[in-house]
Design a protein around this ligand. Structure first.
Ligand SMILES: Nc1ncnc2c1ncn2[C@@H]1O[C@H](COP(=O)(O)OP(=O)(O)OP(=O)(O)O)[C@@H](O)[C@H]1O
Length: 268
C-alpha cells in the first residue's frame, strides 16, 4: 500500500465489500476489503480495464451504490449511507455524457443561477441580479469559449465540448470537498478533450481541489494529476504518485495491462 505524506485523508474507503447478484450463479464479488485513502489536494487518475470497478467505486462514493460492508469517510465524516442528494452538496461530478450535468432546456444563465443556489433555500425572489450576471459573465470568460456573450442560449444548443466545460464550471462554482471526473472527455473530439483537460487542470489548481478522474486515456492519466491508480477486479494493482508517477511511460502501463491479461489467462 502506498504511504502518503499527509496523515489525515480527505477521502477514505475502509474495508469495502461489494457483491453483485449475491447468491445467484452470476454472483460477482467485486470489492473485498478494499481500502483507498486520498489526502486533501491530491489529483488522482484512475485507470483500469473494462469491468475493473472504476464506476462502481465512484457510485459507492456518490451514493448510487451502497457497500455490503465497510465505511466511506469524506472530510472526517462518515458518508457510507448518506443519501445521494446530501453528498452531492460536497461532491461535484462531471459525467462522460455531456447531456448530463446541465439542463438542456434551460439557458446558460438559468443553469448557472440554479447551480449557484445549490444547497440553498429558494426565496420568493428568483430573479438574477445585474451583479450576479456580471459575476457569471466573468466566470464564463475563464472558459475562453465566448459563452459569456450567449447567456440566453439554451444549453441544448452547445457542442459536447462546450457543455462539458460548462458542467465543469457549474460543478466547481459552489465550494465542494471533492471533484469527480467520470471519463468526462471520453465523448469529445481530440481538440475539445484537450481543452476540457486543460480547464480541468486549471480549476483543480486554482481552487486547490481534491479530484478523482476516471479515464481510459492513458496519455491524460500520465500527463494530469499527481497520483495514478490502476484497478483490476476491484483491486488497486498499481498505486504511484509524484516522481514515481512522472517517471512512467505509456509503454509501462500497456505492459502492466498485458501482464494482467495474461495472469487472467487471456491472450493479448
Ligand atoms: N448495478 C450493477 N448490477 C450488477 N452488476 C454490476 C452493477 N454495476 C456494476 N456491475 C458489474 O461490476 C463490474 C464492474 O463494473 P464497473 O462499471 O464498475 O467497471 P468499470 O471499471 O467502470 O468498467 P468500464 O471501464 O467498462 O466503465 C462489472 O462486471 C459490472 O457488470
Amino acid at each position: 500500500m502506498l504511504v502518503e505524506r499527509k496523515s489525515e485523508p480527505l477521502l477514505e474507503f475502509r474495508q469495502i465489500d461489494k457483491t453483485f447478484h449475491s447468491g445467484t450463479v452470476s454472483e460477482l464479488k467485486l470489492f473485498d476489503h478494499f481500502d483507498l485513502s486520498v489526502p486533501q489536494g491530491r489529483f488522482v487518475c484512475i485507470i483500469g480495464s473494462n469491468g475493473s470497478g472504476k464506476t462502481t467505486l465512484l457510485n459507492l462514493l456518490c451514493g448510487g451504490e451502497t457497500p455490503d460492508a465497510g465505511n466511506i469517510f469524506l472530510g472526517g465524516r462518515e458518508i457510507t449511507r448518506e443519501p445521494e442528494h446530501v453528498r452531492s452538496r460536497r461532491i461535484g461530478r462531471v459525467f462522460q455524457d455531456p447531456s448530463l450535468g446541465t439542463c438542456p432546456q434551460l439557458t446558460i444563465l438559468e443553469n448557472l443561477s440554479l447551480a449557484d443556489r445549490k444547497g440553498k433555500r429558494y426565496g420568493l425572489s428568483r430573479g438574477v441580479s445585474r451583479k450576479k450576471i456580471d459575476e457569471y459573465r466573468s466566470r464564463l470568460e475563464l472558459l475562453k469559449l465566448g459563452l459569456e456573450d450567449q447567456l440566453d442560449l439554451p444549453v441544448a444548443n452547445l457542442s459536447g465540448g462546450q457543455r462539458q466545460a460548462l458542467a465543469l464550471l457549474i460543478c466547481t462554482m459552489t465550494p465542494i470537498d471533492l471533484l469527480i471526473l467520470d471519463e468526462h472527455t471520453a465523448a469529445l473530439d481530440p481538440s475539445s478533450s484537450e481543452n476540457v483537460m486543460e480547464l480541468t487542470r486549471r480549476f483543480v489548481r486554482e481552487k486547490r481541489l481534491t479530484a478523482l478522474m476516471v479515464t481510459h486515456n492513458l496519455r491524460f492519466a500520465l500527463a494530469y494529476g499527481d497520483r495514478l491508480v490502476m484497478m483490476h477486479r476491484g483491486k488497486a494493482v498499481l498505486d504511484v504518485c509524484d516522481g514515481e508517477k512522472n517517471a512512467l511511460k505509456i509503454h509501462d502501463l500497456t505492459e502492466r495491462f498485458n501482464e494482467i491479461s495474461v495472469e487472467d489467462g487471456n491472450d493479448v
